[in-house]
Design a protein around this ligand. Structure first.
Ligand code: CTP
Ligand code: CA
Length: 226
């Protein structure tokens, strides 16, 4: 049911959305990444655009095509995504971290293609900076939305992430569930705020999840303005 005009909901607001997976180079022809399609982030960017927001999409590696007519900034590594987000944070009203960020990167990026030698080799990895946690600790008035992909203890892990990363809302999906997670056009999400579970949505299209999430965001931003 549409009781109000969607087109005005985010008019005048600046929204930054990250989407896709980050890519960590091993050498010039090899890298570590993940299966993120980018679809959830694209759906949010598109929904925010339809609600009148000025949207910037910071995207890593994706298998789906980004929506047309939206300003996009392409990045590869986690460090590049962090820099792109931090550089724009001050001017943003809403930041949505839908990207699947690589938790680790190779300690060294070889300048030349690595030649095969021994029977076994060890690739040493180091932890990446946490983009969401970094902006959560820097935030002034920005409304920050985090994501969490979980396979177990979804409520506990999601709330822990929300608090640790200082988000205003956290969207968790149980990736073991039918119709949820990477690559699909649908999702099954649970949305939390600092006091706990706000909404447990049934299976719906990512487009519809995006709209619901942004409506919750608008309602909460209004409350904060009092
Ligand atoms: N995230 C991030 N930077 C990272 C890792 C994650 O910004 N280096 C963000 C993701 O974009 C997402 C949220 O943090 O919005 C949760 O990501 P997730 O992988 O579920 O959580 P982690 O903190 O990495 O914990 P773990 O993978 O151990 O569950
Ligand atoms: Ca992770």
């Amino acid at each position: 049911q549409r009781y109000f005009n969607d087109q005005e909901l985010l008019r005048g607001k600046k929204v930054l959305v990250t989407a896709g997976g980050t890519v960590e180079r091993i050498d010039p022809v090899r890298y570590l990444t993940n299966d993120s399609s980018g679809k959830m982030g694209f759906a949010i960017a598109e929904a925010a655009h339809l609600m009148g927001a000025d949207v910037t999409l910071v995207m890593g590696k994706t298998s789906a095509m980004p929506p047309e007519g939206i300003r996009t900034v392409k990045v590869e590594s986690t460090q590049q995504m962090l820099d792109a987000v931090v550089a724009r944070l001050r001017e943003m009203d809403v930041v949505v971290k839908a990207a699947a960020v690589a938790d680790y990167r190779p300690v060294e990026q070889a300048e030349q293609k690595i030649k095969k030698k021994e029977e076994a080799m060890i690739l040493q990895l180091v932890k990446n900076p946490d983009i969401l946690q970094t902006i959560g600790s820097m935030k002034t008035s920005q409304f920050i939305i985090g994501f969490a992909a979980e396979t177990e203890n979804i409520d506990e892990y999601a709330l822990d992430k929300l608090k640790r990363k200082n988000c205003d809302l956290l969207v968790a999906n149980d990736v073991t569930q039918e119709g949820a997670g990477f690559g699909t056009d649908t999702n099954v999400v649970r949305i939390y705020d600092g006091s706990g579970l706000v909404e447990a949505l049934p299976v719906m299209t990512k487009r519809e999840v995006a709209r619901q999430l942004l409506i919750l965001t608008v309602q909460r931003m209004k409350k904060g303005e009092r």
